[in-house]
Design a protein around this ligand. Structure first.
Ligand SMILES: [Mg+2]
Ligand SMILES: [Zn+2]
Length: 421
């Protein structure tokens, strides 16, 4: 696979004057060089660098790439074309699916896994990498269906009073050459703002690959300082999906929100005190945060899949407003006992996902490469504790009751998280 790096950034907000943004140093090495090393690690050896502002700094430093063990082609835009407009310059030069990085994004992720996902949809226009972040309200958001196909692109600013999944476009892509049909010649256009929405509107197939790995743009001086520290501490490399990560699983009803037994609607859903702070605390560590919840009201016919999904969008939106995010939400819609009016027969089964079984935890483990042995579950019922125990996790019981399956007790989510950390 070939890689295209869009390296036209100015870095005004970082106070850079003599070098373009992708040449900003992280641990004495330009960000662009870190990106090339990452690509090389995954056997990507041919790279197109698209530059504009102070392009000579980039061409002088990298030359033909021989010094770095790769083959580099430089393309210099004559005037700013935007992220997509400049990629159009490569039409005819690229013959196969190719990966795209933005030269101002600091990252370390498993490129192989991204490529494998993309190859499952060989006829698609491409795949965009998405993740939750701590400021979804001012990010470009992606909506997907259950097969991870993109159904909507929501550029910022968003409509007020609506609820969204916290799925942010991370500006890392794999495209087929079909992408060139969507980009106009010689006009400034951006992938996030113009091209992705256009693909979806015109019925083109676009997929989203979701990952919790480290992918962040340098943005401001403050953000860049944090990123440099994350690099030094090894955090950026540590979050690569090839490494297992511990997780804190959280039950929903009674832990994140008040029990809504009588009226399980989006409208009724509110976060309990301290929940956003608790999740934010977890987000600042290496722990993943995953909600696992039984929603038998779906099987019983009291609430629809759409309503539950919308409730989860509200949960993510409310958390996001406070800078907190979840890496996954898993729910079991089943219920084993038949014989109620209005029930949905095909959901009335003895499934593998309903807690106390550990099916949802195992699914998350598979999706996110979780280290279950060093993971925790926080819940307010015996079922939660048992699900955790069944998966080999430690448990925190939010209850006044006593349980043989509780390793620790806490009064609410925040104190539970403080105990774990
Ligand atoms: Mg509960
Ligand atoms: Zn189930």
């Amino acid at each position: 696979m070939q890689l295209v790096i869009i390296a036209g950034g100015k870095g005004t907000r970082l106070g850079l004057k003599d070098i373009p943004k992708p040449m900003a140093l992280i641990d004495d090495k330009p960000l662009l060089e870190h990106q090339i090393e990452l690509a090389k690690k995954y056997d990507i050896n041919e790279i197109f660098i698209l530059s504009g502002h102070l392009s000579n700094v980039i061409t002088d430093y990298f030359g033909d790439g021989a010094k770095f063990g790769v083959k580099i082609h430089h393309i210099v835009e004559q005037y700013p074309l935007g992220t997509a407009g400049c990629v159009k310059l490569l039409e005819g030069k690229i013959k196969d699916r190719f990966m795209v990085f933005y030269g101002d994004v600091v990252m370390d992720f498993d490129l192989k896994s991204f490529e494998e996902f993309d190859l499952r949809h060989q006829n698609s226009v491409g795949t965009t990498l998405v993740h939750p972040n701590d400021h979804p309200y001012d990010s470009d958001l992606i909506e997907i269906d259950k097969d991870n196909k993109v159904t909507r692109v929501i550029p910022k600013p968003h409509d007020d009073g609506k609820y969204y999944q916290n799925l942010v476009n991370a500006a890392v892509y794999i495209f087929s050459t079909k992408i060139f049909d969507y980009i106009e010649d010689g006009v400034s256009q951006d992938f996030g703002k113009n091209i992705l929405p256009k693909i979806v509107k015109q019925g083109g197939e676009l997929y989203a690959y979701k990952t919790p790995e480290f992918i962040k743009d340098m943005g401001t001086v403050d953000r860049f300082e944090v990123i440099k520290n994350d690099f030094k501490s090894g955090k950026i490399a540590r979050l690569n999906k090839k490494n297992k990560r511990p997780c804190i699983f959280i039950d929903r009803d009674g832990v994140i929100n008040k029990n809504m037994d009588n009226k399980p609607t989006t409208e009724e859903f509110e976060l309990l005190d301290g929940v956003a702070d608790a999740v934010k605390k977890i987000n600042s560590t290496d722990y993943l945060t995953v909600v696992v919840t039984n929603q038998p009201m779906i099987a019983k016919g009291f609430v629809s899949f759409d309503e539950v999904e919308n409730t989860h969008k509200k949960m993510e939106t409310l958390l996001g407003e406070k800078g907190a995010f979840l890496n996954g939400i898993y729910y079991c819609p089943h219920h084993p006992e038949r014989g109620f009016d209005g029930e949905i027969p095909e959901l009335k089964i003895d499934c593998e996902c309903r807690k106390p079984k550990a099916g949802m935890l195992y699914q998350a483990q598979k999706d996110l490469n979780i280290d279950l042995e060093n993971s925790w579950i926080i819940g307010d019922s015996e079922r939660d504790l048992l699900a955790g125990k069944n998966a080999g996790c430690k448990t925190v019981y939010i209850s006044d009751k006593v349980s043989d399956n509780a390793d620790y007790y806490a009064k609410d989510l925040l104190s539970a998280v403080e105990k774990i950390l």
